[in-house]
Design a protein around this ligand. Structure first.
Ligand code: ATP
Ligand code: ZN
Length: 224
């Protein structure tokens, strides 16, 4: 890893995690000024900068040492760990659970389909954007099923006839009901995490991480 004297945190540029993540850092006492191209936010007090990217890119940016920390859902972190080609990658760790962005990765089937247990999925096609996590769950259950990987709009796959079941993120369940689907299994419980390398950089950034963790713990404690 190249030495750097500023800490760089990767965050979602625009989406569900953006506002709560920025809010958390503000409560930790960090203030930022956004670059004109909106890719960076430069720390005004502490030498801590933000890189604003798609959430899917965050684990890779940390694993390759481009960023020192990131705020991302456990679903995205674990999928990365299960599917990325990991040559030269740093091993990643969950540094803190942040208590927002809560959701679950669940299996759902059409409302009228009989479902008594995982065995009913054998030989079926399941649409998902999380082939790594779904594949691991199917192996654990000892079930052989087809995995149809879709980038988005997974919930419409059963109506289109591309799959008989889906494995997708659920929060309230409203999207499932709207698509005449029923949640039958939880594959993963997720929330936003502070993610970093298992081993902290041995320069000033290590001290900055300690400072950030201390402040985050303070904010989380107040909230609880
Ligand atoms: P990006 O453009 O950054 O790739 P995205 O469309 O993948 O954005 P969002 O929909 O903003 O991402 O979701 C970001 C994260 O929020 C998810 O990965 C998940 O951890 C969490 N989340 C919480 N509730 C939900 C939900 N109901 N549906 C999807 N994601 C949710
Ligand atoms: Zn994404």
């Amino acid at each position: 890893m190249r030495p750097r004297d500023r800490l760089r945190i990767a965050m979602q540029k625009s989406g569900r995690l953006t506002e709560p993540a920025q809010d958390l850092l503000t409560r930790c006492g960090f203030t930022f000024r956004q670059s004109r191209d909106k890719l960076f936010c430069f720390g005004e007090g502490e030498p801590v900068d933000l890189l604003l990217v798609r959430d899917d890119d965050i684990p890779g940016l940390i694993a390759q040492g481009v960023c020192d920390l990131g705020i991302v859902g456990r679903n995205v972190l674990n999928e990365y760990e299960l599917t990325a080609g990991r040559e030269n990658d740093l091993a990643l760790a969950e540094w803190r659970g942040l208590g927002f962005g809560r959701c679950r990765l669940s299996l759902a089937v059409p409302q009228e389909m009989d479902y008594a247990g995982a065995a009913d999925l054998a030989g079926r096609r399941i649409a998902t954007s999380y082939p790594g996590l779904l594949g691991r769950w199917l192996r654990e259950q000892g079930i052989e099923a087809g995995v149809v990987t879709l980038a988005g709009s997974v919930e419409i796959a059963p109506r289109l006839g591309t799959a008989e079941a889906i494995c997708d993120l659920v929060q309230s369940g409203g999207t499932l009901v709207a698509n005449q689907l029923r949640e039958v299994e939880v594959v993963l419980d997720s929330e936003a995490l502070l993610v970093g390398p298992q081993v902290l950089p041995a320069d000033e950034r290590g001290d900055l991480v300690e400072l950030l963790l201390k402040r985050i713990d303070g904010v989380i404690q107040v909230r609880e």
